[in-house]
Design a protein around this ligand. Structure first.
Ligand code: C2O
Ligand code: CU
Ligand code: CU
Length: 452
């Protein structure tokens, strides 16, 4: 393939595991009151070092790639003033957050070039790994690709008291891919899944991470536009899944591989104390077709450490029973061969059209099908403003992190997924869409009007 020969001579052909993992800095509030933490973030173009000695121009929140991490606590409000210094409109969405519509980052609420907007996050939800990213109309795919994404880590009392690994042992990992040209610049082409052959972790290619021989909490987010990851440790070692998109799992679930579609998050506890110091373990993506996309990062066990953290057998109360469904909705996700557009229920996105009328407080069952079999294209569905409980996939109950609170779920070619959701958060107009965001940028997005 042309891409492979290009990369062999490019400055981007770094040796695997030659750059250290970078962890995005935690942003400090500009002001705190009794109830609220205030932040300011500037969206700007920036030159960063992704490959050693090579400058790459990106879009970054505060110029960082990925953006700074916001740490929030359930019950304390956060207000973020986003300043847009780009020459085009931006929109900021906090993925997985339960927020009022004016702060949800609807594409009808853009931030004009040079303008700013205040987003209010009430944080009246459980501890979870959220992420914020751009949602500009028709531009979200390119904006996120060029770097407009960051972590938002929400804690609560229950999660804090669990005693999971914390501080430097609580590490967010944003996985994604990209295509680079010979000068190390990012190349964006809509739908260019095959060209994006370089996998990045927190903005660096195949980094190594020096760890202590103890437990770590790894908060893994798939920040790729289209790539799926199926993660395993190269020795087949166990990873404990402790949280899904929307919060802690009721109990840890051991796994030797974990699959993440775009926008999904999973929290894993890995105990490196089982390895002798000097061991190197690669985090592999078994879906990767080349070494560059198969070997995601490497953990180097370099020192001993005390470990007072623990993973209790019970992490939370069982998920609540959402009750009987008032409505069952059927949603169809399919590529339209005639137009080349990605459609939801035979339509492309129109922000002036309401696609579903939902009654505030109702529990519903959504049945999502992906009838396209050739070519086999997976989709996933993400709902803004709520979390849901997955009932089954092709009639079979789901397992692993998919049994927890979810806001994004994969629908395989020819497959059907059912989930139950209670719209008990806020009234207003919210989006739902495929989170292979090149697809949503090409139409696979719709909206629901939640009304009392
Ligand atoms: Cu990650 Cu519409 O969202
Ligand atoms: Cu979202
Ligand atoms: Cu899709």
């Amino acid at each position: 393939m042309a891409m492979a020969s290009t990369q062999a001579t490019a400055p981007t052909a770094a040796l695997p595991f030659s750059v250290p993992l970078a962890v995005p800095p935690v942003l400090s509030p500009v002001r705190r009151t009794l109830t609220t933490d205030y932040y300011a973030i500037m969206t700007r173009q920036a030159d960063v070092e992704i490959f050693p000695g090579v400058t790459t121009t990106v879009l970054g929140y505060n110029g960082l790639f990925p953006g700074p991490t916001i740490r929030a606590f359930s019950g304390r409000e956060v207000q973020v003033t986003h300043v847009n210094t780009l020459a085009e409109e931006t929109v900021v969405h906090l993925h997985g957050a339960h927020v009022q519509t004016p702060s949800d980052g609807h594409p009808r609420d853009p931030i004009a070039p040079g303008a700013s907007r205040v987003y209010t996050y009430p944080n009246r939800q459980e501890a979870s790994t959220l992420w914020y990213h751009d949602h500009a109309h028709h531009r979200e795919a390119e904006h996120v690709y060029r770097g407009l994404a960051g972590f938002y880590l929400l804690s609560d009392v229950n999660e804090t008291l669990l005693g999971l690994p914390s501080g430097e042992y609580d590490v967010p990992l944003m996985l994604r891919d990209a295509r680079f040209d010979d000068s190390g610049q990012m190349v964006f082409v809509m739908g260019d899944f095959a060209g994006r052959g370089t996998v990045l972790v927190n903005g660096r290619p195949q980094p190594y991470f020096e760890v202590a021989a103890r437990k770590y909490r790894l908060r893994v987010a798939n920040g790729a536009n289209e790539r799926f990851f199926s993660l395993r440790l190269s020795d087949g070692g166990e990873m404990l899944q402790v949280a899904s998109d929307g919060g802690m799992l009721p109990a840890p679930i051991p796994a030797t591989s974990v699959t993440l579609a775009p926008a999904e998050r999973v929290e894993l506890v890995v105990d490196f104390s089982r390895y002798p110091i000097g061991t190197q373990i690669v985090l592999e993506n078994t879906y990767g077709a080349t070494d560059a996309s198969k070997n995601v990062m490497r953990f180097d066990v370099v020192r001993g450490a005390r470990d007072y953290s623990r993973v209790p057998d019970q992490l939370r109360d069982p998920l609540p029973d959402l009750g009987a469904a008032a409505v069952t909705r059927k949603i169809v996700m399919k590529l339209n061969f005639q137009t080349g557009m990605f459609e939801l229920d035979g339509k492309t996105f129109d922000m002036d059209r309401v696609d579903q009328q939902v009654r505030l407080g109702d529990t519903e069952i959504w049945e999502i099908s992906n009838p396209g079999v050739l070519p086999p294209i997976s989709h996933n569905l993400h709902l803004h403003g709520v979390h849901f409980q997955v009932l089954d996939r092709d009639g079979i109950p789901v397992s692993g992190h998919e049994t927890g609170w979810k806001d994004t779920i994969v629908i395989r070619p020819g497959g059907t997924v059912r989930f139950k959701v209670r719209f008990d958060q806020y009234a207003g107009r919210y989006l739902y869409h495929c989170h292979l965001i090149d697809h949503s940028g090409m139409g696979m997005m719709a909206q629901m009007e939640v009304a009392g």
